[in-house]
Design a protein around this ligand. Structure first.
Ligand code: F6R
Length: 606
């Protein structure tokens, strides 16, 4: 949420900043701005709207010219998107870009107003900019150190002080920030994607560390101004991974990357045909002794957890509770030592999931995170981390991250079931073998593109949709429904098919299309009965099922037939037509698929 970039070096700073912000735009895109030292003065350009609006503004009015500066792309928290509320904030002495939320901004604002400061924007960020101005006594480290004491909340800050025209200062608490280490040039950024073009080396800034970044040096100090020696990390994502690569949208590219990303995620975790999570510190001993399991996450990641619950419970016979992180953290959950809490997060920075992790640790549970972004907060702070290898997910709507999360849920369930002696080694090997076949089967499913495009053309004018399923198909329909609504803005709900008659079926008319997922053989007849019920009330029904399933014309208006696999693994295949249908519906409607309104990736605020 909100993207920060900073550059100091020989290149044209404004160009590098804008290029970097393009890579970070998925984190927020309601306004953007940059501040650059030009002839020793801080020059600011900012604009409401997408980065393209800022670029146009600079094309017309001229861009600041210099070699040291900071930039920001915003997702509004305090104050509507507007030129005034855009970052950078500050004045001619100090200018800042900020990601996070300042909790005590009101007190700071009142205090500074009392000192004669006048505020222009509605943002919490401006209070920090003005506070820095108030505290500044010519010594940036002392000033930042005092600020750290006074400010409560989360922040990643990039800061320019007029007296230091060749230096970027940076500090963070809870919100992520890295320092990119180039040849005769250095960077700050919210994640590695903007720096990959120039360097793979970076430092991960820790809580309250202050970075002093010049063209040819980077120094990291504590608030007490003691120098810290840090490990240089190397990013392993490709430069191309953050480019569209010929696809119309990142989402479409990421849907198509799923077979290879699943392969990269599971291959290193399979040894001699058996799941092997030991490299992530998940030992057979630990699995054998685990009592209850809690899976905690938000949005799509939580939907992956729902699939995990069904699979773990049915195979390993261990009780699993799935929680939405923002509920879990405030419901005083009954967790204790011996419980295993699994936190799933693509970004590894989601505020509610992180809070859930801290709570679980406080209560003595063992925590395991399933995370895509290397070195992210949730990855680092959980007792164990299982990295998914989806590469950077740029589209705000999550697709490939979901699939790799599912693949880890399966491996985990297989190994747990074996450790608990609920399945034999042969059965465990058989299931693992089938999981390894998923990427090839998925390549076939990706060929269903045109079928899904056609179905999307029938949904595009709908005002509301219903997704139904039972068991694993219900878990999957939750994700299908979220995907559609978040990018196409068509209202949709997912419902357990058997629950429809208890109220929701009253919504069904010929104007409400229904998408039914029916991949589970033991539930097929029941689901089909429910489909017939909605069909009888005029609904146009799309059924997603597997090869060999007999679905009559009286049941479905449209069919999507998937290659057959063991029922338990069908969600891995059925996710793709759901993603395609959502994608093509949104694209046909002309929606901004990769950057849907009001949303942003990496939700670092509550
Ligand atoms: C939906 C989507 C979100 C995220 C959720 C959690 O397409 O992407 O629902 O899944 O915000 O984010 P992470 O996985 O980064 O914790």
């Amino acid at each position: 949420m909100c993207g920060i970039v900073g550059y100091v070096g020989d290149k044209d700073c404004a160009d590098v900043l804008v290029d970097g912000l393009k890579k970070l735009e998925y984190r927020g895109y309601d306004s953007a701005g940059i501040a650059v030292f030009q002839n020793g003065e801080i020059e600011v350009e900012k604009s409401k709207g997408k980065l393209a609006d800022l670029e146009n503004k600079m094309k017309n009015e001229g861009k600041p010219s210099g070699h040291c500066g900071i930039g920001h792309t915003r997702w509004a928290t305090h104050g509507e998107p507007s030129d005034i509320n855009s970052h950078p904030h500050g004045n001619k002495r100090v200018s800042i870009v900020h990601n996070g939320i300042i909790e005590n901004y009101k007190q700071i604002k009142d205090f500074l107003t009392g000192k004669g400061y006048v505020f222009e924007s509605e943002t919490d960020t401006e209070t920090v900019a003005k506070l820095l101005d108030y505290l500044y006594d010519g010594n940036p480290i002392e000033t930042l150190s005092k600020m750290i004491d006074k400010v409560r909340g989360s922040y990643a800050l990039g800061i320019l002080f007029k007296d230091y025209p060749d230096t970027i200062f940076a500090v963070r608490k809870e919100s992520p920030l890295i320092v990119g280490l180039g040849e005769n040039e250095n960077f700050i950024a919210s994640d590695v994607t903007p720096i990959l073009k120039y360097t793979r080396k970076y430092y991960l800034l820790e809580q309250d560390e202050i970075a002093i970044i010049k063209k040819d040096s980077v120094k990291i100090v504590t608030p007490e101004n003691e120098e810290i020696t840090k490990e240089v990390l190397t990013a392993d994502w490709d430069v191309d991974a953050a480019e569209k690569g010929g696809y119309a949208h990142f989402m479409l590219k990421e849907i198509n990357e799923q077979p290879s990303k699943i392969k990269t995620t599971i291959s290193p975790r399979i040894q001699d045909g058996m799941p092997y999570l030991e490299e992530s510190g998940i030992t057979m001993e630990m699995l054998k002794n685990s009592k209850r399991i809690f899976i905690v996450a938000c949005g799509t990641a939580m939907h992956a957890g729902m699939v995990g619950k069904y699979v773990i419970e049915s195979l390993a016979r261990v009780e699993v509770t799935v929680d939405i992180a923002s509920e879990f953290r405030y419901r005083n959950p009954l967790i204790e030592k011996g419980d295993l809490v699994i936190l799933i997060s693509q970004s590894g920075e989601t505020a509610d999931t992180y809070a859930a992790l801290k709570l679980a640790k406080e209560r003595g549970a063992t925590t395991v995170s399933v995370v895509n972004v290397k070195g992210s907060t949730i990855a680092r702070e959980a007792d164990k981390v299982i990295y998914t290898h989806a590469g950077p997910e740029i589209s705000v709507a999550s697709t490939k991250a979901y699939s790799v999360q599912l693949s880890i849920m399966y491996l985990f369930a297989f190994e747990l079931a074996y450790a608990k002696e609920k399945i034999s080694k042969e059965r465990c090997m058989e299931l693992t073998k089938q999981l390894m076949e998923v990427p090839d089967k998925l390549a076939e499913v990706l060929e269903l593109k045109e079928r899904c495009q056609f179905i999307a053309s029938r949904l595009v004018n709908a005002e509301s949709l219903l997704y139904i399923g039972r068991g694993l198909d219900y878990a999957l329909s939750m994700e299908g429904s979220l995907k559609l609504k978040e990018i196409s803005y068509i209202h949709s709900e997912s419902y357990a098919a058997g629950e429809l008659k208890h109220g929701t079926i009253s919504l069904v008319t010929e104007d409400m299309p229904v998408i039914a997922v029916a991949t589970q053989s033991n539930l097929l007849e029941k689901t089909i009965s429910n489909v017939k019920e909605v069909k009888a009330r005029g609904a146009k029904v799309t059924v997603i099922c597997k090869e060999g399933t007999e679905i009559g014309k009286d049941v479905a208006n449209h069919l999507v037939t998937l290659p057959a696999m063991e029922d338990m693994l069908m969600p891995m295949l059925a996710a793709v037509p759901m993603q395609y249908i959502a994608y093509y519906t949104a694209a046909l409607k002309g929606c901004d698929v990769d950057q849907p309104r009001n949303l942003a990736k990496s939700v670092t605020v509550e």
